[in-house]
Design a protein around this ligand. Structure first.
Ligand code: DON
Length: 602
């Protein structure tokens, strides 16, 4: 789906009119994070360490022949080895997806799903939707009690929370169409990592220790992911401990030997259906057999001299990203400066309107008509901006999804890979919450997703990310739940420019949006754009959360004076893994310093 902004001029004039009458704060204080651009690298003009706008000083990894940026060092190693062995970006992506399922059980998965955006080196773009589906026996009100109230937790943990997994079919489809190495070659590293074990990082150990109670209560009698089988055990995992996953190794071996049938039929399918039986889960062997990933037409749209290639629904991410980019495209963000009050103000107002549209219009395109072209059209976006005021924050209670004529209402992980030939893969994949539903499939050794919570279980009732939805995203048998995942690729002047994405639930789109703008508007390197502190607004609740340090005192004051509610986070936003193609053709791999993310290139 190519969306060219041929009639952009009216909106541009409209925004420029706003820009000229705005009341930008012009005072420069010491705490104003004064930044300047020098040789394409964003630099401080001030040595005050309190105003550093970056989470860390990590620098990007440079390679000429290939780059892999993923959430775990072991998985990035696997991807790099596949590239060096002559595999292409898709081979490496399949190998990384399976490796993450072993070494990053909190989000890497075979029991979940995801989205792939692929651009080959001739410029052809493809997207693969391997999102989970509601089981065939799912019903719209399955999480409500007899009074119509949401039964808390049922869509979040335990057997009923899972959708039918899509990851293995997705990888089989991607490999069948674009892989160069054999299937066995790309699955083998995951078999080895599971069978021989790998040394836990500090973060891996902490994560597994944190879910010990759930492992015991949701999986009685099983010992998966526990350091010791003793229920009273006080033994905890530590950095450097070896995690061997024998049952998972057997599951991976079946996938290696039989391809998709090694998961959706035979032994693995039987074990999964049996597991569902133990906890009143709905997924049947029939559901598994019937699951198929779907190739969808990518969304492609211009932003200045860039072409944005991104994920269509079932993700809301691509539409939302483009809406936000196009809302703020006409404003002189670069001139105003990174995270200055006016820059942040227009971005917040864009985000507010975009998330209201998400709630109203978006759902599985195989079930509901999502008006994608209209939602990102400049004419429509212009109508959404009419109540914007520089003087005062818009009140989210007054914002509803927009009017489209003819429309009837009705812990994730990302990796980016570029190979020697310039083929690029952007994948975001998830179990939804960290370690998904916390159910480990007995005999098969992998976590199941809790993706059912991404449906709107009741109109207007917020999900675990505070997102609200309506009929478009109501539960129905075999329907895919709406996602925020935003794997994206950008071209500049027809050439590959950037591969980008992140986990973060509802904050995914706004983190991707800021990271892209950090590079193309504020002149940051890819790694600086990832390091840069971030903020988020999602319409409801009506507040802007920000990483400590993301806003200078002047920005905070400017925004508060206009009625914005600001909340400093104690945690962080995003786990970006990105690749930028530099002017000399080399690759800059950027991994998020907020966790174990690692970029490796050669
Ligand atoms: O598809 C979605 O939008 C969510 N299931 C993503 C969850 C997520 O990013 C959790 N990670 N932090």
């Amino acid at each position: 789906m190519k969306l060219r902004s041929t009639q952009y001029a009216p909106f541009l004039l409209f925004a420029l009119a706003f820009a000229s009458c705005k009341t930008q704060s012009t005072t420069t204080t010491k705490a104003d994070a004064k930044l300047s651009q020098s040789q394409g690298v964003y630099q401080y003009r001030d040595e005050d360490p309190l105003v550093k706008p970056f989470f860390s000083d990590r620098v990007g990894v440079i390679g000429r022949n290939g780059m892999v940026a993923s959430a775990h060092p072991e998985a990035s190693q696997v991807g790099l080895a596949i590239l060096k062995a002559g595999g292409n970006a898709v081979d490496a992506a399949v190998a990384v997806q399976f490796a993450l399922a072993v070494v990053y059980p909190g989000a890497g998965n075979i029991g979940g799903g995801g989205f792939m955006v692929y651009r080959d080196n001739t410029g052809k773009a493809y997207t693969l939707d391997y999102r989970e589906k509601a089981p065939g026996n799912a019903t719209q009100n399955m999480y409500l009690d007899s009074l119509g109230n949401v039964r808390p937790g049922l869509s979040i943990s335990g057997h009923l929370a899972s959708g039918v997994p899509g990851s293995v079919d997705g990888m089989a489809e991607a490999h069948k169409r674009f892989g160069k190495l054999t299937w066995a070659q790309v699955v083998q590293p995951a078999v080895d990592l599971a069978a021989k074990g790998f040394a836990l990082t500090e973060r891996d150990a902490l994560g597994l220790n944190r879910i010990k109670n759930d492992l015991n209560t949701i999986n009685p009698g099983k010992t998966y992911f526990l350091k010791s089988a003793e229920p009273t055990d006080t033994v905890t995992w530590h950095k450097g401990d070896l995690l061997v996953q024998t049952d998972l190794a057997r599951t991976m071996q079946r996938i290696k030997d039989q391809g998709r049938a090694g998961f959706y039929e035979g032994e693995t399918a039987r074990l999964l259906a049996e597991e569902m039986g133990r906890g009143k889960g709905l997924i049947t062997e029939e559901d598994l057999k019937n699951y198929h990933a779907v190739w969808r037409e990518p969304i492609q749209a211009k932003y200045k001299s860039y072409n944005v290639i991104t994920m269509p629904p079932t993700s809301s991410g691509g539409v939302a990203l483009l809406q936000m980019m196009r809302f703020t495209e006409p404003f002189p963000l670069r001139k105003w400066g990174w995270n200055r009050d006016s820059t942040v103000q227009v971005m917040i107002e864009a985000e507010r309107r975009v998330y209201a549209d998400r709630a109203k219009f978006m759902g599985d395109p195989d079930f509901v008509k999502v008006p994608v072209a209209q939602l990102v059209s400049p004419e429509y976006l212009k109508t959404r901006w009419t109540d914007f005021s520089w003087a005062k924050a818009t009140d989210s209670r007054t914002i509803k999804g927009g009017m489209i004529p003819g429309y009837e209402s009705l812990e994730t992980t990302h990796f980016s890979i570029v190979d020697k030939e310039g083929n690029a893969v952007s994948i975001t994949t998830t179990l939804n919450g960290g370690y998904g539903s916390r159910v480990v499939v007995g005999g098969a050794g992998f976590f199941m997703n809790n993706e059912m919570d991404d449906f709107s279980v009741k109109p207007g009732s917020p999900n675990m990310y505070g997102l609200i939805g309506n009929q478009a995203n109501a539960i129905a048998p075999n329907k895919r739940m709406l996602s925020s995942m935003t794997p994206t690729i950008l071209e500049k002047d027809g050439k590959l420019f950037m591969v980008v994405g992140t986990p973060g639930g509802s904050t995914i789109m706004t983190s991707v949006y800021q990271t892209i703008l950090n590079v193309i508007e504020h002149g940051m390197t890819m790694q600086q754009a990832v390091n840069a502190l971030k903020f988020h607004h999602q319409w409801l609740p009506d507040k802007t959360t920000f990483e400590n340090g993301a806003f200078s005192d002047a920005t905070i004051e400017g925004l508060k004076n206009r009625g914005y509610i600001l909340e400093k986070l104690t945690n962080t936003l995003g786990r970006m893994d990105c690749v930028l193609i530099r002017p000399d053709g080399s690759y800059e791999g950027a991994s998020d310093p907020r966790a174990d993310n690692t970029a490796l290139g050669y």
